[in-house]
Design a binder for this molecule. Structure first.
Ligand SMILES: Nc1ncnc2c1ncn2[C@@H]1O[C@H](COP(=O)(O)OP(=O)(O)OP(=O)(O)O)[C@@H](O)[C@H]1O
Ligand SMILES: [Mg+2]
Length: 388
């Protein structure tokens, strides 16, 4: 029988805080997500007390795992800091349920610093880029996966982080069903697929379950996937961002030490307005915009190969010029891309000699040029060296 939230809470009541208080009474727990035997929640404490709380987190995880029907437990220890100053924030006084989303507690204008100035990078990872869009459903995840594979084909060791914790798509797009193994008790080993090193919250929590996250949980889940995963040595990590430019999105852009962002848009006016917002958002937090990709740019008839510009193709190129950012390329709306993508067989990996793979590889090469700060002559990129 599946475990209930009440059973989890009862187990947590037996775990003591560093000052001997029961965990439930200590008012540090977030909402507890219990889904199909998988449990996820966070413990939010004062940054100064983190060390003392680490054994409590371990004890909480162990207590939850011991509950009948629990298959896995992921407990994040969150310490809130005022970004930029490094000063510890006061612990959350309110019960978790009434706490405001993290982004509201950190208005963007208070700390518009480059993300990597505020947060240290991940050891072994040379560069992190985000693939983002202002609007949902424009093909961000599909583009992110194929760009990552394109970068792999350029000779780089590439990782992918699925930061879309509301609707993780990497398990599906890369046909990953296995669960990550733990190393040394509390670190996770990412999954390897098509030569990419991959982590997604979807590996831990059923992707069909609608996710209801509070702001601090979003942050702790992302932070945990960045810092408590054995990424190993990566030349570049490609982050598939959730859609939108909301507060949570903005906070995430600030939390992840980003070298730059690739904005994906479709050519329609409405999507372009959202793309403009996306560009503005990254600029506001001093994350360089590496450029814009126009996805579903034109329709390529699968039977006759005739091209039709059904959405008024070219809008994203014009918009990129207008915004003073690079145009990285256009990807056609094509059945093969959709079918392959949705079947977990991304075109760059499974049809490397096809026309679509070439388009994505060219985009990947342009992304790399942008990261390195200008056009490069050759197709095969050397190891990227990026100044801090
Ligand atoms: N160039 C393309 N041609 C055909 N279908 C595409 C193309 N790009 C993406 N799709 C399809 O469009 C759908 C949405 O794509 P995807 O999940 O990548 O978008 P997204 O922007 O990441 O969405 P969300 O905002 O929900 O995260 C998927 O079914 C995908 O296969
Ligand atoms: Mg997506």
């Amino acid at each position: 029988m599946a475990a209930t939230k009440e059973q989890v809470l009862a187990a947590l009541a037996t775990v003591k805080s560093p000052v001997g208080e029961g965990l439930v009474d200590a008012r540090v727990l977030s909402d507890i997500v219990v889904s199909d035997g998988k449990v996820f929640f966070s413990i939010t404490v004062n940054a100064a007390d983190v060390k003392a709380w680490e054994p409590v987190r371990d004890a909480a995880e162990a207590a939850v795992r011991a509950v009948a029907g629990v298959k896995s437990a992921l407990v994040a220890l969150t310490a809130e800091r005022a970004a930029g100053s490094g000063a510890a924030r006061a612990p959350q006084p309110a019960p978790a349920a009434t706490a405001k989303p993290a982004a509201r507690q950190h208005p963007p204008h208070q700390h518009a610093h480059p993300a990597d100035k505020v947060h240290p990078g991940i050891p072994g990872v040379d560069a992190i880029i985000a693939v983002a869009s202002g609007k949902g459903g424009v093909g961000k995840s599909t583009t992110a996966v194929n760009i990552a594979l394109g970068l792999r084909d350029l000779g780089l060791k590439v990782g992918m982080l699925d930061a879309d914790i509301y609707g993780p798509s990497l398990p599906k797009l890369l046909a990953i069903k296995e669960k990550p193994q733990t190393i040394g008790g509390n670190r996770l080993k990412p999954i390897e697929r098509y030569g990419l090193t991959v982590m997604s919250i979807g590996f831990l929590i059923d992707e069909e379950t609608p996710m209801i996250w509070r702001g601090p949980m979003v942050m702790s889940a992302i932070t945990q996937m960045l810092r408590e995963v054995e990424w190993g040595k990566l030349d570049i990590m490609v982050v598939d961002m959730p859609p939108g430019t909301g507060d949570a999105q903005l906070t995430m852009a600030q939390q992840v030490p980003l070298k730059g962002a690739v904005i994906v848009s479709t050519p329609q006016d409405l999507a372009l307005i959202d793309a403009r917002r996306g560009v503005a958002m990254f600029k506001r937090v001093n994350v360089p915009v590496l450029g814009v990709v126009e996805n579903m740019s034109y329709f390529l008839c699968p039977s006759c190969n005739t091209r039709s510009d059904i959405f008024g193709h070219g809008g994203a190129h014009k918009e990129a010029d207008r915004l003073g950012v690079a145009f990285l390329g256009e990807v056609p709306l094509h059945m093969t891309i959709r079918e392959k993508s949705d079947a977990g067989l991304p075109v760059v990996a499974t049809e490397p000699d096809g026309p679509h793979a070439k388009i994505y590889r060219d985009i990947a090469a342009r992304v790399l040029e942008q990261i390195k700060g200008g056009p490069s002559s050759g197709r095969v990129a050397p190891k990227i060296v990026i100044e801090a």
